[in-house]
Write a protein that binds this ligand. Sequence first.
Ligand code: FBP
Length: 553
Amino acid sequence: MQKSPLQIARASYQPKVPRSLRGAMMLHEGKATQSVADQEEIKKLFPNTYGLPVIDLVEANEADKPILPQVNVGVILSGGQAPGGHNVIAGLFDGLKRLNPENKLYGFLGGPSGLIEGKYQELTADIIDQYRNTGGFDIIGSGRTKLEETWQFDNGIEVCNKLGVKAVVIIGGDDSNTNACVLAEYYLQKKAGIQVIGCPKTIDGDLKNEMIETSFGFDTACKVYSELIGNIQRDANSAKKYWHFIRLMGRSASHIALECALQTQPNICLISEEVQAKNMTLNDIVNQIVDVIVARADKGLNFGTILIPEGLIEFIPAMKRLIAELNDLLAKNGETFNALDSDDEKRQFVKGLLSEESREVYRDLPKGIAKQLTMDRDPHGNVQVSLIETEKMLIEMVAKKLALLKAEGKYKGKFSALNHFFGYEGRCAIPSNFDADYCYSIGVTASQLIAAGKTGYMSLVRNLTAPAEEWLAGGVPITMMMNMERRNGKMKPVIQKALVDLNGAPFKYLEAHRAEWADEHLSYIYPGPIQYYGPTEVCDQPTQTLKLEKGKC
Ligand code: FBP
């Protein structure tokens, strides 16, 4: 396979790791923990993994290094790709080999289904070496199969026993790590002798809490999108003729849009969590955008940038109700709906079954969007927000409103809009130094948790705004992050998803500066591409979100 000069250089990049992961290390256990909420229920559901202590890995004398028996480990990549996944596996591999050169690592292929169906590959040094510091999940592939049924867990035991696998590492988002915890508990109850360790992945940045400072992949993905947004802003400021409506990935939370706004200072950045908190309608959002466009037009500035979080539509309260009704209605009448020939018939059919309030919302939507809302659901029955072109919908609605204002003589500008959607552009990018270092450290840490016989833990690396050597490694019990939530009509134990905190420093920064960014001519920032080699202040910086959260800017 031919490689670019950067690919060749990155293959030999040595990730920076915390001091405590460099030589011999030992474990310090803290106090017993509690779940973030619903303690009694979670404790009942996880009798074996509830209340475990937080673990810190600390430097030890070489002489104290334990002699460890040989172990086989399996690894799974779960859910959407995120830059750095290959480095978690490389760190895990190197960590295991350091513990005992006879240790073996198996990759379960195509996500969690690889464990259930017994599809695997042994990951040897020559395979790992081809993937060090690369983006993508192609080393073993990923998948979105949910691990939640007992028969799946039992199949897993059979497959692990066949391979002699004593520990499974699940690299995934909040749902996959919830499932990792359920699996850990089940294997303890069954005395299966299989440990389960989770690793925090998702570009969406919504798997974070008191202990987990950020999920991996968020850093690189946001830097890639911010480069593109910056380039667009420079073009907008040069050509001075287009409004760019840019939708950014992030299925639910708006962390990506917020981080990109902090990096680029666009004219508008919508935040879904704010829309929900203020109970805004679609019209309120359109009016907010129109106000900025009109004000800029008055100054002769008929161009600009607007960031739109992918999950926006589900945070507009009236749309949320409509989508919930559509989910229900399509689950019950899917066959009849799909048998209808034309879009118009489908539209009428849906309208006939909606409540009066939702029918009105549905009727007022641009036809294309109304159609997208009734398209295929994901395996969990949810609307696939990445397929809904919110940016096009907003352009259409804003253009209509501006035309009305023009007719009334209240708008004299020219509105030409372009739409963009950034998601897949960043999910498999070559990991930034931050993600390369963070992920490798997460992998090495996971190997240590396995060696210590731990299960039901998430590999933890924190203090991330300090230089990598000062990062702290350890483990956090997954039950500590859990609460009870309604899912598919039933109360379930799940890891609490982190939405944008409207009282948090990153949002407060946006709030304090957005009027100036909307108005000003020269507030755009052009971050440029990720730099892998050069001064640390250019190459190793964490996200603005992390820095603001930690009071570091
Ligand atoms: P994860 O939550 O699994 O990390 O996936 C995140 C994500 O990239 C979202 O931002 C996006 O909505 C979704 O995956 C798209 O998934 P797919 O590529 O499977 O359609």
